[in-house]
Design a protein around this ligand. Structure first.
Ligand code: CO8
Length: 259
């Protein structure tokens, strides 16, 4: 498949989706959004891939929505643009494998909302985060007003999004916005190592765990517990559950095949 502003690579069981439009600091124009969407379809269809890194490389993650394209948007055109982002970002958020955003440089506005769709965020020491939307007369609507409060809590999310302040990686770690901070040159390597580790865990267990967490975040506790029960019961019909427990009893490493 031809891509112009992303690259998609495979390293063992780990997919690496790199945003690659440095001239605009990976501003999320319609081409970039469409190519992220297509790449995610390819990844979702590939049974060999057990983890995904989303990165912008070592200089910039993404500077947000495309201000040039939005500038003269009518309300209807803005709605269409944001809806297309929602479709693609939801695809990332709901993909069944673990996802890690490996962030160097700026992750602003829609760029940070993209990272928030990943299960984990690893940041370089020089990474910078923020939601400048309110300085532009809009607000974080690429999922930000919904996902960021769920991720770091309402109070901290409001402070970040209302102020439009740009924060450094250490502050982002303190807020729980990122999982780890490492030297810039090691971000992608560390993300790959973590993805490789997760690729040795039972894939169906991870898939159902992720689905269970997401379902639970959108419902009350009792309904959440009920769907948790249903999902874990399904795992007892898998070969990997038998293999995992048998391997424990036999004091060896399990060999999971995702069935
Ligand atoms: N959109 C379009 N172009 C951009 C963007 C962007 N978000 N960010 C940078 N660029 C372009 C610049 O215009 C510049 O282009 P050119 O060379 O042609 O002048 C090029 O990228 C390099 O940028 P700078 O020269 O500005 O680079 P600096 O290193 O000096 O500054 C910054 C880097 C601080 C990241 C700066 O570029 C900046 O502030 N960018 C804008 C950040 C921002 O405001 N992001 C939020 C955008 S809005 C959003 O994300 C909303 C998401 C969807 C909700 C929509 C609701 C309708």
């Amino acid at each position: 498949m031809e891509y112009t502003v992303v690259t998609l690579d495979k390293e063992g069981a780990v997919g690496v989706l790199t945003l690659n439009n440095p001239a605009t600091l990976n501003a999320l124009n319609s081409t970039l959004v469409a190519e992220i969407g297509r790449a995610l379809e390819v990844i979702a269809a590939d049974n060999q891939i057990r983890g995904l890194i989303v990165t912008g490389g070592e200089k910039v993650f993404a500077a947000g929505g495309d201000i040039k394209a939005m500038m003269e948007c009518t309300p209807l055109a803005a709605k269409k643009y944001v809806a297309s982002i929602h479709t693609v970002f939801n695809r990332l958020a709901e993909i069944s494998i673990p996802t890690i955003a490996a962030i160097c440089g700026y992750a602003l506005g829609g760029g940070l909302e993209l990272a928030a769709c990943c299960d984990f965020r690893f940041a370089g020491e020089g990474a910078r985060f923020g939601f400048p939307e309110v300085t532009l007369g809009i607000f974080p609507a690429a999922g930000g007003s919904q996902r960021i409060p769920r991720l770091i809590g309402v109070g901290k999310a409001k402070e970040l999004m209302f102020s439009g302040d740009i924060i450094d990686a250490k502050t982002a770690l303190g807020l729980g916005l990122v999982n780890r901070v490492v030297p810039d040159s090691e971000v992608i390597t560390k993300a790959k190592e973590f993805a490789q580790k997760l690729s040795t865990r039972a894939p169906l267990a991870l898939r159902y765990l992720k689905a269970s967490i997401h379902a639970g975040l959108n419902t009350d506790l009792n309904t959440g517990l009920e769907q948790e029960l249903e999902k874990v019961a399904i795992l007892f019909s898998t070969r990997d559950q038998k293999e995992g427990m048998r391997a424990f009893m036999e004091k060896r490493k399990p060999n999971f095949i995702g069935e």
